[in-house]
Design a binder for this molecule. Structure first.
Ligand SMILES: [Zn+2]
Ligand SMILES: [Zn+2]
Length: 254
């Protein structure tokens, strides 16, 4: 069920051709996913269980950001991530603060932590016992918030799953229920679609004014939710212009 990093890289390449306006974002994402492939292989071969062990990948990540990332990220690294102690502190702080209330760290700190913690969390989740019946709004494995919804065909309709923003676990979640505040009144939960992205929609809530995008696999079976979510950044802009804030940002901070 979970898309491998290779699947994500291939999908990013494919979507860059379909949505040229998101090509530069997808190209940066692809480089990050390639980098995460090496981190994952390293975590697997060392059976890594201490987040501080991830600090050894900072030099390569900082080089990648310097080459392909934004000025904001490069400046943050140059000021705040110069020592191993600072790098380890960022990793442990973000890992320990993870629960439902989200990450307190500022966006560039979250970016660096998440690029490294994602493969680590995915590795742990792949070995751990995930309670897939967890029906709550946060990940039943790592407690992070969902980055997207996923709709899969089941019987007559489609069933919704939430996709963890950190460990990529998916868990079932009722379709008419806001993961931000628990609203269950259908009239308060508008769904927005647009012709340009017919397999991705905005699931909004007019009670807490949050939104999450859902990727509909019944409309595009080739979609890789985490990547299709990034490729449809135009929908985020639309939602935010209409007063909604995203429940959880993606790896790129959007
Ligand atoms: Zn998780
Ligand atoms: Zn809500």
């Amino acid at each position: 069920m979970k898309a491998s990093l290779d699947d994500r890289i291939a999908r990013a390449l494919e979507l860059a051709k379909i949505h040229p306006s998101a090509a530069s974002l997808l190209s940066f994402y692809r480089e990050l996913a390639q980098f995460q492939t090496q981190v994952l292989a390293d975590v697997q071969s060392n059976s890594e269980t201490d987040v501080r062990g991830l600090a050894r990948h900072f030099p390569a990540l900082m080089e990648l950001v310097h080459r392909s990332g934004t000025e904001l990220l490069a400046t943050f690294a140059a000021h705040h991530l110069t020592s191993t102690a600072a790098q380890e502190k960022l990793l442990t702080d973000c890992w320990e603060q993870l629960p439902a209330n989200g990450w307190d760290a500022e966006p560039p700190a979250r970016f660096f932590a998440r690029v490294l913690l994602q493969p680590y969390a995915e590795y742990l989740a792949s070995r751990g016992d995930v309670r897939s019946d967890g029906a709550g709004p946060i990940c039943p494995f790592c407690n992070a918030r969902p980055v997207a919804g996923v709709l899969r065909g089941e019987g007559e309709g489609a069933k919704r799953w939430l996709l963890c923003s950190l460990c990529s676990t998916e868990w079932p979640f009722r379709r008419v229920l806001c993961p931000g505040c628990g609203e269950e009144n259908k009239d308060k939960l508008p769904i927005y679609t647009c012709a340009q992205f017919d397999s991705v929609r905005v699931d909004a809530c007019d009670t807490c004014w949050t939104y999450l995008k859902s990727v509909d696999l019944t409309k595009d079976g080739h979609a890789v939710p985490v990547v299709d979510e990034i490729a449809t950044v135009a929908l985020n802009i639309w939602a935010e212009e209409h007063g909604y804030s995203k429940l959880e940002t993606n790896l790129l901070g959007m």
